[in-house]
Design a protein around this ligand. Structure first.
Ligand code: GAL
Length: 994
């Protein structure tokens, strides 16, 4: 029997397999292997409409969240719960190779970098995971996820080149053994797996797409035990690696950021940004797999000197979600993932060079884990609709975009999605970015014939930048919603009662009808018209902030809301950890609550809710409190709960904010130390590595100096670099030309002995700076040392295959010292010139010593190399002063440290941030920059004049909220005359939930 069962299973899978694969089956053996691979498991399957998990259709609606951008594992559940509370059922994540294998062959995934707590938290919250381990990930991460030491191989990255293959092997093997165990087939949360990332374009005559490369990579993952379906994410619908190609993934998908990343004019929606041909391209490229958008714009990343994330949040706000997310639904996408849904922080130098410390992304959940942005609430409305619409939506077939067919006004475009019984009509403005309101009537094909609605008077309206999903013959438990112009938030069925929650925009006319019911009775509020036609009950109303409840027939309660009121409603499962295939309409409650509702359970005749509030809040269970329930608790506190006559269970949760006092940083006892003792005459750098390589494997970058002077060559990859050139003066030196690479917004300063000779102050746009610096009079025959401190902003990503941009070095990439070294006969400066170079970055380089904080947390500063930024540094002999706002009289780096206690009451979530005050951000560096360490964790890199970030959030868990904290700040004065930072503060988030 067992054997037969398996055979039957294979047959079933064969029936689900795509035509393209079926075609391939008869022809190419390679595709046969892929097909066989699909049969490796029977838990995650798919057809042309959607995924199935354990045989149940799943419309995957996910958010991107990277644990490494929130280095407090105990907070991961918080994010998962906040994503789940939006009605999402999935999360997609990257793993960053650079964080796991700082030294070739030495993989580690411990402490902050351990994946177990992440998987546990995902399971506890009940979300599916999509694993995206790269090896290349992009992600605005250092090197696009690539460890810096890949600069030391000569091969093309992301190709079959032998040295790249050898370099990536250990990471692939090690991370896969972790991910494989967490697949759903082993009881874990991972249901899909993405090898590579946006494998989309090649340059410089590399083979692209390279089937050997992708097939090889997929084979590696398969051989190591990955059995769930492979997906891909091309950057635009190009068909690369789709079924039927030479290296097909199982489920082909693409990414889309229709608005791009320029948030400078957030209210301006350019013409034609809305994709309208995706259904057609999908039918051409991969008609037999579900339509999958692996990354859809959830915000935007920002460059140094950019506009800041609040503008990106506004650019990709609730209106953007309404129009664009619903457009994905119109295209038939049933696997959607929003990048980012929680962005987090590029702490500890983990970001790429083109971004700054915050990775807030303008996402639905803020960097401080808050959910006050309206886009969070709007996304919750959409996702709940997807979840409530179950198989009906997940299996519907999209039709063409129409004008004049369903809506009587050509200004409204309607895209139908037609199911066996149920039909969806996605309406938007034909000029998608119009700000005008338009009126229309809809003619819908229903089981009661074609009906033009509203039937009871008035017209429908679509305001500017809105989109709605109307439905016909939509199942609501045992009822048939014949049609609804109002949008559906959700519906649930508990025993004999069914509850439907609908909403409309401000002052809109709406109408819905329920088949074969005995009429409507208003049970709360007024102003609802009703009528019975042909045995169907119709209700019609104008949206307003007042809630109305209408009972239709004996057991359907329709809760009529306006959109702003609907934002306060939540659906919440009463079964911890239930994922969407396990949920039923009766295993979830519908609850009106306040700021956030996380979980619910029922025991002892009571409903127990867990959530967050920011004001005195009325909590009301509108569905699910009818059967054997008589009480309510909120965060374990018993509430005085009463049933109203509709059976809604209601209580008030009191709120009074505690007084929270924060230390005034100016009045703390600070101590400081010169962080550049290298400028002292007696400084001994003999223990530093010699920068003496005369050749490099980094053939991406032409070597123009006698020896390699960039960091990665010697194992230094983050924070900053110090390079020292020892020479005997000729006495003829008058200038030195220095060409230095640090990445966007970097700075460098140079000294000869302790004499400052100049700095590059930085600019948001400049990644490499070439300066000619005057050299003081040097005495012939004397020894001198040139010291160059370079900011290292992270390595570049490596988006184009064949371009190897990640290999762009950091450090000195060229110099000429005319009076010292005459130009060599052959015209290059590579001839030995007698200068002996030393280089350092973080202590130990790839053999880093900062322990739990990973390999990127420290740079080259003497305080960092000595661990003086960590708690308990021996500072008693250091100078007492006023901290980072003390004036620095000359160029150089001073490190300040202090400690303070916090006493934030338990069970309060109080986001805290450190703020640097300084010059206005013009995009050009001005005089100084700073780094911030909190209990040893680098949580901020501030560039005065460039910005845009001044406020650096630090989560609880990095900050000790009830006890001692150690703070470290380095201030680097770049200019003659020194610097005086204007202010440094610790503040509560400017928009707090209390
Ligand atoms: C995509 C990429 C992601 C991320 C995103 C922009 O191209 O796959 O990793 O970089 O763009 O934030």
């Amino acid at each position: 029997m067992m054997k037969a069962g398996k055979l039957l299973l294979r047959l079933a899978l064969a029936l689900l397999a795509s035509n393209a694969s079926a075609r391939a089956l008869s022809g190419k053996p390679r595709d046969f292997i892929v097909h066989e691979e699909r049969a490796l498991q029977d838990i995650v399957t798919w057809d042309e409409h959607s995924l199935f998990v354990h045989g149940k259709r799943v419309n995957f609606w996910g958010g991107e969240f990277h644990p490494f951008r929130l280095p407090v594992p105990s907070l991961w559940l918080d994010i998962f719960q906040k994503i789940r509370a939006m009605g999402y059922n999935g999360v997609s994540f990257y793993s960053a190779w650079v964080l796991h294998e700082p030294k070739p062959g030495h993989f580690s995934a411990k402490g902050l970098f351990d994946w177990e707590p992440y998987f546990e938290a995902a399971k506890q919250a009940g979300v599916y995971l999509v694993a995206r381990p790269g090896p290349y990930i992009n992600a605005e991460v250092h090197g696009g996820g690539f460890p810096g030491w890949l600069q030391r191989i000569s091969g093309n990255l992301r190709t079959p080149d032998a040295d790249y293959q050898a370099a990536s092997k250990n990471y692939i093997e090690s991370i896969t053994s972790i991910l494989a165990k967490a697949q759903i087939t082993n009881g874990g949360p991972i249901i899909l797996f993405q090898p590579e990332n946006e494998y989309s374009a090649g340059l410089n005559n590399v083979t692209f797409p390279d089937a050997d490369y992708m097939n090889g990579l997929m084979k590696q993952f398969r051989d190591l035990g990955i059995v769930v379906p492979f997906i891909n994410n091309v950057a635009w619908p190009s068909g690369v690696n789709a079924p039927g190609t030479d290296a097909p993934v199982d489920i082909y998908g693409h990414d889309s950021y229709p608005f791009g990343m320029d948030c400078s004019d957030p209210k301006h929606w350019i013409d034609d940004a809305l994709p309208t041909n995706w259904r057609e391209t999908h039918l051409e490229q991969s008609p037999n797999t579900p339509y999958m958008i692996v990354e859809y714009q959830g915000g935007a990343f920002q460059p140094w000197g950019g506009d800041g994330f609040e503008k990106c949040a506004e650019f990709t706000n609730y209106e953007f979600e309404r129009v664009f997310y619903k457009n994905n639904i119109a295209a038939g996408a049933t696997i959607n993932n929003f990048y980012m849904t929680f962005g987090g922080t590029n702490w500890g130098n983990l970001g790429h060079a083109d971004g700054y410390t915050s990775y807030d992304y303008g996402a639905a959940i803020t960097e401080e884990r808050q959910v006050y942005r309206e886009k969070y609430s709007e996304a919750k409305l959409i996702a709940n609709f997807i979840a409530a619409s179950g198989d009906a939506l997940a299996s519907a077939t999209p039709g063409y975009n129409t004008t004049g067919e369903y809506a009587d006004n050509d200004a409204v475009t309607v895209t139908p999605l037609i199911g066996d019984k149920t039909k969806f009509f996605v309406a938007r403005q034909t000029k998608y970015n119009s700000l005008d309101s338009v009126s229309y009537k809809l003619t819908l094909p229903t089981s009661a014939g074609n009906l033009t609605i509203p039937q009871l008077g008035g017209t429908l309206s679509l305001h500017g930048r809105d989109s709605k999903i109307h439905v016909a013959d939509y199942p609501v438990g045992d009822y048939n919603l014949l049609y609804s112009s109002a949008e559906i938030f959700t519906w649930k069925k508990h025993g004999s009662r069914t509850t439907l929650v609908v909403y409309g925009g401000p002052n809109e006319q709406h109408e819905l009808a329920v088949s074969k019911t005995s009429g409507a009775t208003s049970v709360e509020g007024y102003g609802i018209k009703s009528s019975k036609r042909n045995g169907n009950t119709i209700i019609n109303w104008q949206s307003n902030p007042q809630r109305r409840v209408v009972r239709i027939g004996s057991g359907l309660y329709v809760v009529v809301l306006d959109r702003n009121s609907a934002y306060d409603y939540w659906t919440v499962s009463t079964e911890e950890g239930a994922t969407s295939h396990e949920l039923t309409p009766s295993s979830e409650l519908i609850v009106k609550a306040g700021y956030l509702l996380r979980t619910a359970s029922i025991s002892g005749g009571k409903i127990h809710l867990i959530g967050d509030i920011n004001a005195t809040t009325t909590v009301e269970v509108v569905a699910g409190a009818h059967e054997k329930v008589s009480g309510l608790t909120f965060n374990d506190e018993d509430l005085k709960a009463t049933f109203d006559r509709n059976g809604f269970l209601k209580a008030t949760v009191g709120f009074s904010a505690p007084e929270i006092t924060l230390p005034n940083l100016d009045s703390l006892a600070w101590r400081s130390v010169d962080a550049l003792p290298e400028l002292q005459p007696d400084y001994d750098d003999s223990a530093w590595p010699d920068a003496d390589h005369t050749e490099t494997n980094n053939t991406y970058w032409p070597l123009t100096t006698p020896t390699v002077l960039w960091g990665a060559e010697y194992g230094f990859h983050a924070g900053s670099l110090i390079t020292r050139g020892h020479f005997v003066a000729t006495g003829n030196e008058s200038v030195i030309h220095l060409n230095v690479s640090g990445g966007s917004a970097f700075a460098f300063s140079a000294w000869i002995n302790s004499t400052f000779i100049g700095s590059w102050d930085g600019s948001g746009e400049v990644k490499i700076a070439n300066l000619t610096l005057d050299v003081p009079k040097l005495s012939q025959g004397s020894n001198y040392v040139l010291t160059v401190l370079t900011d290292h902003m992270g390595h570049n990503g490596n988006w184009f295959v064949g371009y190897n941009e990640m290999k762009t070095p950091r450090g000195i990439i060229g110099y000429a010292f005319p009076g010292h070294t005459p130009p060599s006969a052959n015209g290059t400066s590579r001839a030995p010139d007698g200068i002996k170079w030393k280089i350092t970055g973080n202590l130990g380089g790839e053999d880093f010593h900062s322990g739990p904080r990973g390999s990127l947390n420290e740079g080259a500063l003497w305080v960092e190399r000595n661990g003086f930024h960590l708690p308990s540094a021996p500072t008693s002999s250091w100078k007492e002063n006023e901290g980072p706002t003390s004036a620095l009289g000359k160029p150089g780096v001073t490190f300040y440290t202090t400690s303070f206690d916090l006493d934030i009451p338990e069970s309060w979530d109080v986001p805290l941030s450190f703020v640097f005050n300084g010059d206005a951000f013009t995009g050009e560096g001005k005089g100084w920059r700073a780094q911030l360490w909190v209990n040893g964790y680098q949580f901020g890199k501030f560039a005065n004049g460039i910005g845009p970030q001044r406020r650096f959030p630090v989560p609880e868990g990095i900050l000790n909220y009830r006890g001692k904290n150690t703070l470290g700040v380095s201030v680097w004065a770049l200019e003659e005359g020194g610097a005086k930072p204007e202010g440094f503060e610790l503040v509560k988030a400017y928009k707090t939930p209390y």
